[in-house]
Design a protein around this ligand. Structure first.
Ligand SMILES: NC(=O)c1ccc[n+]([C@@H]2O[C@H](COP(=O)([O-])OP(=O)(O)OC[C@H]3O[C@@H](n4cnc5c(N)ncnc54)[C@H](OP(=O)(O)O)[C@@H]3O)[C@@H](O)[C@H]2O)c1
Length: 250
């Protein structure tokens, strides 16, 4: 039975994915608030310690959780909240779980085809904060993280891919302006299909060796060119590792 660790399992896509995984007889370990809070790096470390103490192999880590918040707000660690929850915390969690993933583990990070440039100094700067820009940058950072991870994780026999669910009905953009909420509601699909697709990518033997890919549903798509600069990916990794005070990792 495959063991799948899932963040965001209480959300629209996360709960649909957890249900699809359970249908396929996987063991789902949901990481959720209040005992697991991505806005606190201490909480991420505590959860990773707990999972590492258990010692079992993790077949799949699904980084699904994310937040959209319209105002500049600092996380428990004094870093901007969206950048922390959407990028730094999953970056830290993934790295801290390295030894559980070694030998065939799959990491799938849920994101969107964002073309927003990732400038960490700007993201941390209250004076330059713009909510859509920051949110978009965190989703681009998810892609850059995935591609750098795919390269680094090869020596640990771990795969890393990114997944775009399409426009799905959820409360994620609940704090965004009303016209945007109404417009996206018009196009949005129910989350079940995204859950099935993500469960397929997580468990299918056909994808056991796939790494460094970006999927929309179960189809490979081209990532935005702006996320493909390997020097920029490496610089983002280095800066993220400094900000979360990572030692070791991939
Ligand atoms: N919906 C779309 O159209 C769409 C499109 C492209 C990509 N995506 C991506 O899909 C993923 C899931 O989105 P969704 O639409 O399913 O959103 P959602 O329903 O709002 O779910 C968000 C999830 O993240 C969790 N979360 C938020 N802040 C957290 C924190 N500080 N600590 C721990 N967990 C936290 C929430 O937990 P609580 O229950 O505790 O709030 C919830 O489980 C996101 O990465 C999003 O960027 C969504």
């Amino acid at each position: 039975m495959a063991t799948v660790v899932v963040t965001g399992a209480t959300g629209a896509i996360g709960s649909a994915t957890a249900a699809a995984l359970t249908e396929r007889r996987a063991q789902v370990i949901p990481l959720s608030r209040p005992s697991f809070d991505l806005s606190s790096l201490a909480s991420v470390r505590a959860t990773a310690r707990e999972l590492n103490r258990g010692g079992g192999h993790i077949d799949v880590l699904l980084n699904i959780a994310a937040v959209y918040w319209p105002r500049f707000q600092k996380s428990a660690d004094g870093l901007e909240l969206m950048f922390t929850v959407n990028h730094l915390a999953p970056f830290l969690l993934t790295n801290l779980l390295r030894d559980r993933l070694v030998g065939g583990g799959r990491v799938i990070t849920v994101t969107a085809p964002s073309t927003t440039r990732v400038d960490v100094d700007r993201l941390l700067d209250r004076d330059h904060f713009h909510a859509f820009h920051s949110f978009g940058a965190t989703k681009a950072a998810n892609l850059m993280f995935t591609f750098e991870l795919a390269r680094r994780a090869k020596r640990w026999d771990v795969r890393a891919n990114a997944f775009h669910p399409g426009i799905v009905r959820s409360d994620l953009m609940g704090e965004s302006p009303a016209p945007l909420r109404f417009a996206t509601r018009f196009f949005a699909r129910d989350p079940e299909r995204a859950g099935q697709d993500l469960a397929e990518l997580a468990l299918s033997p056909a994808h056991a060796g796939t790494t460094g890919w970006f999927f929309k549903g179960t189809r490979r798509i081209d990532p935005p060119k702006s996320t493909l600069d390997t020097a920029h990916q490496a610089a983002l990794w280095k800066r993220s590792a400094e900000l979360v005070e990572l030692e070791g990792g991939f």
